[in-house]
Ligand binder design. Structure first.
Ligand SMILES: NC(=O)C1=CN([C@@H]2O[C@H](COP(=O)(O)OP(=O)(O)OC[C@H]3O[C@@H](n4cnc5c(N)ncnc54)[C@H](OP(=O)(O)O)[C@@H]3O)[C@@H](O)[C@H]2O)C=CC1
Ligand SMILES: O=C(O)[C@@H]1CCC=N1
Length: 277
């Protein structure tokens, strides 16, 4: 993103902080960032930490910007959008929403219509610069604006575009919810190792390092995950026995079911939120 353009965040929570932190680490000027939220103490904390400008007035915040990031919970989005609509209809910034399950048409109608809008599905590892985000742009977004948004989300991890907005449900079920799937695996592995007598602290550290190491190897290797898995499985050895236990227990089927459940819930939420307003 060009260092001279101004970006405003409506909402000052976890995801807004993660994105702002990534932008600043990548040379973006704090003086060109505005943030608004109702709780002044949260805003002051953000100002002290990042040196950004803050306000409790969403309209004032939106007014400042070439790009407005909507970073509030989906349940308050309608109220927030309708409130800033007169401002953004006048200034016509690029709108970016990170809210789960809110379609671009719904958002655009709450904002008064006809604005360039990018929807992003980020995830919480953005907080440590290891995010994975899916992005979708509506027809009014220019190539230059797409490049700008992509560079913001690449500052906190990977950022990949989808052509069809419906695919964001698939992204939500994969990388949006995904960190929780791996945390579940960590919990279960730690519990099993502790049960076998390893000290909990040691079990946690070994489990986390193993997950991080496997992820790094998968990212760097020319082999696919199936081959990397086979490389660990000595014939007649321990891994083969464990992997066979996972396969016999229906692990693949369970993962497919869990993924489908998240996907379908994302579709449902989208409809519920659009219908409710
Ligand atoms: N957490 C996750 O795993 C993911 C979250 N998302 C999406 O990111 C968005 C933000 O989530 P997250 O950062 O986790 O949420 P948080 O609860 O951490 O932050 C929400 C922020 O919105 C502010 N807020 C509430 N009401 C208003 C209002 N009327 N006007 C302006 N600001 C308001 C809150 O203010 P205050 O500080 O005053 O309380 C808070 O700063 C959500 O839409 C969510 O769907 C997307 C992908 C993953
Ligand atoms: O669980 C949720 O609904 C949100 C969307 C992706 C991560 N958290």
């Amino acid at each position: 993103m060009s260092n001279s353009s101004t970006i405003s965040f409506i909402g000052a929570g976890n995801m807004a902080s993660a994105i702002i932190g990534g932008m600043l680490d990548n040379g973006y000027q704090a003086g060109n960032i505005w943030v608004s939220a109702p709780d002044d103490s949260h805003l002051q904390a953000l100002r002290d930490r990042f040196g950004v400008s803050v306000t409790t007035d969403n309209r004032h915040c939106a007014q400042q910007a070439d790009t407005v990031v909507l970073a509030v919970k989906p349940q308050v989005m309608a109220e927030v959008c309708r409130d800033i609509a007169p401002v953004v209809q006048n200034t016509r910034p690029l709108m970016v929403s990170i809210a789960a399950g809110l379609g671009s048409d719904t958002l655009d109608s709450w904002l008064g219509g006809g604005l360039p809008l990018v929807r992003v599905m980020p995830n919480t590892p953005s907080l440590v610069g290891k995010g994975a985000a899916g992005l979708f742009a509506n027809a009014a977004v220019t190539a230059e604006q797409k490049t700008m948004v992509q560079s913001v989300f690449e500052s906190i991890g990977s950022a990949l575009w989808v052509d069809d907005e419906e695919q964001l449900h698939g992204v939500t079920a994969l990388s949006g919810s995904g960190p929780a799937y791996f945390f579940l695996m960590l919990e279960a592995l730690e519990a099993a190792a502790t049960e076998a007598g390893i000290a909990p602290k040691t079990a946690r550290e070994l489990a986390i390092q193993t997950m991080a190491g496997a992820a790094e190897m998968a990212a760097r290797s020319e082999h696919d995950p199936a081959q990397l898995k086979r490389n660990v499985m000595s014939p007649g050895g321990t891994t083969e026995r464990a992997i066979n236990t996972f396969e016999d227990g229906g692990m693949r089927d369970l993962v497919q079911k869990a993924y489908n459940a998240a996907f379908e819930r994302s579709q449902e939420m989208s409809k519920e939120l659009a219908d409710k307003q």
